[in-house]
Design a protein around this ligand. Structure first.
Ligand code: NAP
Length: 533
């Protein structure tokens, strides 16, 4: 008999809820977490300025109406320490700690066909068996440091934002180089600039960013909002992206120009990326429509940045707005008006090497005391690829995914029975409110296990045909949008040599949920369920 009903890998938002949900269904469960605390991405990304770009009322669990009412967020957009406090509170409140094993990295997971169970091996050298294995490893948890020649010779400290030192890093009085201007770089840069002698921002691709208009949450509006929280959550579940967004319901290209500008301005003033992207029905489908919002944002950059040459360099031109994650910051562009900040274009003159004293580009040398890499992640597949996962006949997952990741509904892999992925490739995942998607997946997986147990099935395995058809559907939907036009981590373009596959399902969390529910209602269509031998 297996040691556990379910082994869960990871204890971020997904793993924490998985422990609670599976345990509540009467299953024995253990989550293995590499970090010394829970939180996943919110544990590791403790760099200064780290903040969620989804509002706190959305980036929170909906499974417990009591939790939802009792917890009060202090800011519209929660900072990393507050999200971490929230997740620790959830683990306390639901008594999850006995089933979470911290500081334990899962190194391997192998399917034992004869016994019909997974053997999960951890870096303490111990192996446990489990009837089911649930990968709650996160979509953005394998950080990526570019292989610049000479990095190991650098005399000063260097940090990747995704592995930030827990004791913090003090840049007071230092010359700091920052590589990377995505969501993370844009958040950390103003914090460094506020204390450093000089900050050099090495930019390869300019990014669109919109204001957060972050603010404290006042108690009265919090009370009023919470009175309708259940209805709000339901709308979120049925929505496109897992956040209710009020659009105009009209295409931008049919809008009179003055009205278009008024709408963009209103939404820009109110803050947040989703209200802008959701303003018109064609913004993510029609390049000409998208150009209208792109032009609007470029105008705001020019309005904010005093030096016209710097402003032009900060203006993105190479991809549609939203096709890379739309960044959010209240102070990134204005930061370039500080005398101690220099923008360095490493598109025209790439980084050549790191020396003991700084960073060399094709055009010059920058003397530095510290280096910060906000260079992103091997997204979607990286965390799984770093575990030796072997399915039926010992086939490694990395081999199966050599031509790109595939998973039926983004939740199960053909050839890997009784293994489930939370927000895996082919599900809405990173192009949705992650917490909404995590809850939906965890509940669906729980129900599937309970169904199998209740009907005398010991094995649940996605079929090749179902997985293939789903993969084709995901691609077809993606290519009806503008998303594939960007060299983004959504397609794996940020990792040299990675196969380029669009791996998020873009038809919306509402219709995706309906599809998953229909699969379950049809007795897990697309899966083979095998009886206990
Ligand atoms: P990212 O979006 O992948 O950005 C990485 C940055 O590093 C890009 O500017 C990239 O330039 C640059 N870069 C990478 N390798 C480089 C090289 N060799 N030379 C020069 N530049 C290089 O990573 P991220 O900013 O960490 O964000 C990843 C995702 O995490 C986000 O899209 C978002 O989903 C999530 N996130 C969310 C929040 C939030 O909630 N507020 C905050 C942070 C992150 P290129 O663009 O030219 O490749």
């Amino acid at each position: 008999m297996a040691d556990l009903d379910v082994a869960v890998v990871g204890a971020g938002f997904a793993g924490i809820y998985a422990v609670h949900a599976f345990r509540s269904a009467g299953l024995t469960v253990r989550a293995f977490e590499a970090g010394s605390g829970v939180g996943g991405t919110w544990f590791w990304n403790c760099y200064p300025g780290a903040r969620c770009d989804v509002e706190s009322k959305d980036h929170s669990y909906s499974f417990s109406p009591e939790l939802e009412q009792d917890w009060s967020w202090s800011e519209r957009y929660p900072a990393q320490p507050e999200v971490l406090r929230y997740l620790n509170h959830v683990a306390d409140r639901f008594g999850l700690w006995p089933d979470i094993q911290l500081s334990t990295r899962v190194t391997a997971a192998a399917w034992d066909a004869a016994r019909g169970e997974w053997t999960v091996t951890t870096d303490d050298g111990v192996s446990r068996t489990a009837r089911f294995c649930v990968m709650a490893t996160g979509c953005l948890s394998a950080h990526q440091v570019p292989s610049f020649p000479g990095l190991s010779s650098f005399r000063g400290p260097w940090h990747h934002t995704g592995q930030w030192p827990r004791e913090g890093a003090d840049f007071t009085g230092q010359r700091v180089g920052l590589v990377g201007t995505g969501s993370t770089g844009i958040q950390v840069a103003p914090e460094i600039a506020a204390v450093a002698t000089h900050l050099y921002v090495f930019q390869r691709t300019a990014n669109f960013a919109v204001p957060n208009r972050n603010a404290p949450v006042d108690q009265e509006s919090d009370r009023n909002f919470k009175a309708g929280y259940r209805e709000y959550r339901q709308r979120a579940r049925e929505s496109l992206l897992g956040v209710p967004v009020e659009g105009t319901g009209r295409p931008a290209l049919a809008e009179p120009p003055a009205e278009l500008q008024r709408t963009y301005r209103e939404r820009w003033q109110a803050g947040g990326g989703l209200p802008l992207l959701g303003a018109y029905t064609d913004l993510l489908f029609d390049r000409a429509a998208n150009d209208t919002i792109a032009a609007f944002i470029r105008d705001r950059i020019r309005e904010t940045v005093a030096d016209p040459a710097v402003a032009e360099l900060l203006c993105p031109w190479t991809y549609p707005v939203g096709a890379k994650r739309l960044c959010q910051s209240d102070d990134y562009f204005a930061m370039f008006n500080r005398p101690n900040v220099t923008l360095v274009d490493v598109r025209s003159a790439p980084i050549v090497s790191v020396t003991p004293d700084g960073l060399r580009t094709a055009a010059g040398f920058y003397e530095l005391d510290a280096l910060v890499f906000a260079t992103g992640f091997d997204a979607m597949t990286g965390a799984l690829a770093r575990i030796d996962i072997r399915g039926a006949d010992g086939v490694p997952l990395t081999e199966k995914w050599a031509a790109g990741p595939r998973a039926y509904l983004g939740v199960a892999n053909a050839g890997f029975p009784n293994m489930f992925l939370v927000t895996g490739p082919g599900s809405p995942s990173v192009l949705s409110n992650m917490v909404v998607s995590i809850e939906q997946h965890v509940e669906w997986i729980r129900d599937c296990i309970v169904y199998a147990d209740g009907h005398g099935y010991s094995q649940v395995a996605a079929t090749d045909e179902a997985e293939k058809a789903w993969g084709e559907h995901v691609i077809e939907v993606a290519y009806s949008t503008l998303f594939p036009l960007a060299d983004s981590w959504y397609v794996g373009a940020n990792i040299p040599g990675k196969v380029r596959v669009f791996s998020s399902y873009l038809a919306g969390v509402g219709s995706y949920r309906e599809r998953c529910d229909a699969v379950a209602a049809a007795g897990y269509e697309g899966f083979t369920l095998s009886p206990v031998r």
